[in-house]
Design a protein around this ligand. Structure first.
Ligand code: ADP
Ligand code: MG
Length: 306
């Protein structure tokens, strides 16, 4: 007899639910989390559909880790401290080999981000993973999209375009140097949410967003919400040596500007302020609207579903 839904939940998910802010975890009708006095709850949900957000042959460990990273990245962008997450999982079948590997990827993310899995829902259907993240923020300290001021520096963390290049590699459209292949695949399969950086930017950055749909699209959200223009200097964009090694300049820029799934942060700082480690200044905030990168690369405005 196949294991019941409750046995599967118990077997694969119930051990991932311990954390500092967790009063009650998997097993009851709700989880209960603690907030400190003066703290606010930040919450966001992200859905990954097989064949749309990840390739059908992605390892289940990576599917799990990546789904949590994508959701946790929104907490990073707000400067929130992770306190827990819930998982709505739709599975085509109760495949325990798959579930076992998937839950190991989840476990890696739970431990890396200190983001316990405190509840969820399990249903049958096409493979779909929704992760809702919960974070805590001191009142009035959230990093918002709307705070950029004329004169600010525009900065990003890490390197841009790696995940887009990795996807081109996976789809057989492009070949990196062999010594860079592992790095690139890791950037696509196991993106890291910049939670530490988000905490460091509290009270420092005037605005922030995570780069999930590509820099141009996401910087555009800061520009729109703040009522400013963002000017990006393409020669300042940080790209990895994996992209530098075997890419024509236009392709590299296209990946860095419109490639999605990097989950780095884009943020604004008072001009000349000290940059956090592994961050790069890429431009400035001016009066006006939209994003100007001084190029006409025939660029789409980020991934859109409809
Ligand atoms: P209910 O019917 O009350 O919504 P369920 O029967 O769906 O509860 O789930 C039982 C318990 O298992 C709940 O605590 C729920 O949060 C948890 N749960 C269900 N699916 C998952 C999952 N995929 N990951 C983590 N916890 C889950
Ligand atoms: Mg119930």
């Amino acid at each position: 007899m196949p294991a019941s839904e409750f046995t599967l939940i118990y077997r694969y998910f119930s051990a991932l639910g311990r954390g500092e802010a967790v009063d009650l975890s998997v097993g009851d009708d709700c989880a209960i989390l603690c907030l400190a006095p003066g703290e606010r709850l930040a919450t966001s949900v992200d859905t990954m559909v097989e064949g749309v957000h990840f390739p059908e042959d992605m390892f289940p460990e990576d599917v799990g880790f990546r789904a949590v990273s994508a959701a946790a990245s929104d907490l990073a962008a707000m400067g929130a401290r992770p306190i827990g997450m819930t998982l709505a999982l739709t599975l085509p079948a109760a495949d325990e080999l798959w579930l076992n590997a998937f839950s190991q990827g989840l476990a890696a993310a739970v431990s890396e981000y200190q983001l316990p899995l405190v509840g969820g829902d399990t249903t049958r259907g096409p493979l779909t993973i929704s992760v809702q993240v919960l974070g805590a923020l001191p009142e009035n300290q959230a990093l918002l999209r709307g705070g950029a001021r004329v004169g600010d520096d525009v900065c990003v963390s890490g390197t841009l375009g790696d995940a887009a290049a990795a996807l081109a590699f996976l789809q057989g459209d492009w070949q990196p140097e062999p010594e860079h292949a592992g790095y690139l695949l890791d950037r696509f399969n196991r993106p890291r949410a910049r939670l530490e950086l988000g905490l460091q930017l509290r009270g420092v950055a005037s605005a922030a967003i995570d780069i999930s749909d590509g820099l141009l699209a996401d910087a555009g959200h800061i520009a729109a919400a703040s009522g400013v223009k963002i000017v990006i200097e393409p020669e300042l964009l940080p790209v990895s040596s994996a992209l530098d090694s075997r890419t024509d300049a236009a392709q590299k820029l296209r990946w860095a500007l419109v490639g999605g799934d990097d989950y780095e942060l884009c943020f604004c700082l008072t001009a000349g302020a000290k940059l956090p480690p592994a961050c790069t200044r890429i431009g400035r905030v001016e009066a006006g609207s939209g994003v100007d990168c001084g190029l006409d690369l025939d660029l789409a405005a980020g991934y859109q579903h409809f």
